[in-house]
Design a protein around this ligand. Structure first.
Ligand code: GLN
Length: 314
């Protein structure tokens, strides 16, 4: 149980890494593209960046990996900046209870995806980010935004991953075509998905990710750079969406076990905000049946229980 004494976060992350070491490799690595399939399944990284600017690392915390759907948090933030609350005409704010790439609800709900964090919703958000831009400009805007958030010019897109995503993204093309048929995308499907596949292909380390997400833990401003990113209200609302929708049909379980707003990606990463405390990123490529990092979720469950950071009370 967390006590009143200051937390020794370095010991906590080291202990979590140590305790999970015998289990590294558990779960199923995403294999829909070769670049993800060949990632070493025993990789494990964790980074905690506190709101007072201290950084704690364990394992492979400095090795970049494919952030995949974690990018949906950054494009949602950009789209809100560009269009404000108007984005909710295109996408809902309810958990889907379905797989991340499910198409069934889209027809019933006339091309309005349930939330910005399932694929259909993220594609609708990317369409909004594209407004007034060519696809190349929109990709540039997303990369610049993420570099600004993390205060790190070394963040890159893995173009090989982006090409593979495009070559195999039949399901995403189906989702986008469906939305376009309902008049819910403003741009050609090829343009929207071109941008979407590049945002998914951003490669970032746990440290870079935790820094990029710090504004969500710190009421909208990045205490490392003093950049004001979003209002306090907007940070709170993005966190609410991450808590309810950030893990697809595993969102309820993640809230139950970890109790923190988080967003996962099929590359095995999870970004979490502990409001008022810290931003946390974890990476372990093996996934559970919902497509969320198996040991990453477990590491965050251990962290939340040892720090008392759950938003539902320590
Ligand atoms: N690129 C993946 C896709 O669109 C991202 C999915 C994910 O990370 N859950 O299918």
């Amino acid at each position: 149980m967390p006590g009143t004494e200051p937390l020794d976060l370095q010991s906590i992350v080291d202990d979590i890494h140590h305790e999970l070491a015998p289990r590294l490799g558990e779960g199923k690595v995403a294999d829909y593209i070769p670049q993800l399939a060949r990632v070493d399944p025993t990789r494990f990284g964790m980074a905690v960046v506190t709101v007072d600017g201290s950084v704690y690392r364990a394992g492979d915390a400095e090795i970049p990996f494919s952030i995949q759907s974690i990018s949906k948090v950054f494009t949602l933030t950009l789209a809100l900046g560009k269009h404000g609350e108007n984005i909710w005409k295109r996408v809902g704010r309810e958990p889907s209870g379905s797989a991340f790439n499910s198409i069934v609800q889209l027809e019933q709900e006339h091309g309005i995806p349930r939330n910005p964090f399932i694929n259909a919703g993220a594609i609708a958000i990317t369409d909004l980010v594209l407004a007034g831009h060519t696809p190349r400009e929109a990709i540039g805007e997303i990369v610049r935004f993420v570099r600004y958030l993390a205060d790190d010019e070394d963040i890159l897109i893995d173009h090989e991953v982006a090409r593979s995503e495009a070559a195999t993204g039949y399901r995403n093309f189906a989702l986008a075509n469906f939305m376009r048929s309902f008049g819910k995308l403003d741009h050609p499907v090829e343009h929207v998905l071109g941008v979407y596949f590049h945002q998914c292909a951003l490669a970032m380390s746990c440290v870079q990710l935790a820094k990029a997400g710090l504004f969500l833990a710190a009421s909208g401003s990045n205490p490392l750079t003093q950049h004001s990113v979003v209002s306090r209200q907007r940070a709170r609302r993005i966190n609410a969406l991450m808590l309810t929708c950030g893990h697809y049909d595993g969102s309820g379980d993640f809230a139950y076990r970890v109790g923190l707003p988080g967003k996962s990606g099929v590359g095995g990463g999870i970004l979490v905000a502990a409001p008022g405390k810290a931003s946390v990123a974890v990476w372990s490529p093996g996934l559970n049946h919902n497509g969320n990092s198996l040991l990453g979720s477990l590491a965050l469950e251990m962290l939340a229980s040892r720090t008392g950071w759950s938003v539902f009370g320590g």
